[in-house]
Design a protein around this ligand. Structure first.
Ligand SMILES: [Zn+2]
Length: 219
C-alpha cells in the first residue's frame, strides 16, 4: 500500500460554515447534501472529511488526515459513485451495505455525486433509507449536486444541506498563490491576475490555468 497525500480542510479557501458544521462532533456524521456551483470542492471536501474521521493520527485543528496510516492508505472506508451511470438498485444496495458496521474502519463514507440526475421516483425510493433515524452512527452519507432545484423537497429534507459558495476574489488569489508555490512555479502578480480571470471563480480550473500560463511564459 502506498501512502496517500494527506487531505486537509486547510486546502480549501472560504467555506467557513461547511467546515464549522463538519468539524463539530455533533454534526460530523449523518446524511448531507452538498450543493453549489461546479468546481467548488464538494467532492474533495467529502473525501477529506471521511479521511479525517477514519485517520488514526488526524490533525483535529486543521481537520487533516495523515496520509500514512493503514486507513489513509487503504481507503476501505470510501465508496464513491456518480449517479449518472449507476442504477437505483445499486445505489440502494450500497447504502444498505454501508449500514452494516465494518470492523475494518470507524466511519463508512458513501459519496454520491450529481444526485440531481436521479429521477423523482428514484429519489422517492431512497427516501425511506435516508430517514435520519435509520442512519447508523458509523455512517457518513454525502450527496452532491450543482442543481439543487432538481432535487425534490421531500428528498432534500432528509439531509443536512450545506451550501458551497464560490470563493471571493481575494480567496481565489490566496488559492492561486498557494498552488503556484506548491508546484514550484514563479508567476508575477500580473500573471496570477490573468490566471484568476481565466478560472472565472472556479477553484478546480486554477491548476490548469496556471499550467497554461507557465507554458505560455516559457514560450
Ligand atoms: Zn491517517
Amino acid at each position: 500500500m502506498k501512502d496517500n497525500l494527506p487531505l486537509s480542510f486547510s486546502n480549501f479557501v472560504g467555506l467557513k460554515r461547511v467546515k464549522q458544521v463538519l468539524k463539530h462532533p455533533s454534526s460530523s456524521k449523518g446524511s448531507f447534501l452538498f450543493f453549489g456551483s461546479i468546481g467548488c470542492g464538494k467532492t474533495d471536501v467529502a473525501r477529506t472529511h471521511g479521511a479525517v474521521l477514519n485517520c488514526k493520527n488526524p490533525d483535529t485543528i486543521d481537520w487533516g488526515s495523515c496520509g500514512k496510516c493503514v486507513s489513509c492508505r487503504g481507503q476501505q472506508w470510501l465508496h464513491h459513485f456518480n449517479c449518472r451511470s449507476r442504477s437505483i438498485q445499486l445505489l440502494v444496495e450500497v447504502i444498505q451495505r454501508a449500514y452494516t458496521f465494518s470492523p475494518t474502519h470507524k466511519v463508512t463514507c458513501v459519496v454520491f455525486d450529481e444526485v440531481h440526475l436521479l429521477s423523482e421516483s428514484d429519489q422517492e425510493a431512497m427516501n425511506k433509507l435516508l430517514d435520519p433515524n435509520a442512519i447508523p452512527s458509523h455512517c457518513l452519507l454525502i450527496f452532491t449536486t450543482h442543481k439543487r432545484s432538481k432535487v425534490s423537497m421531500s428528498f432534500s429534507s432528509r439531509f443536512i444541506g450545506l451550501e458551497f459558495e464560490p470563493p471571493t476574489d481575494p480567496e481565489m488569489k490566496t488559492l492561486a498563490s498557494r498552488i503556484v508555490r506548491r508546484e514550484g512555479h514563479d508567476l508575477s502578480e500580473r500573471q496570477i491576475s490573468a490566471v484568476i480571470a481565466k478560472a472565472n471563480g472556479i477553484p478546480r480550473l486554477l491548476l490548469h490555468a496556471i499550467e497554461e500560463e507557465v507554458r505560455f511564459s516559457r514560450g
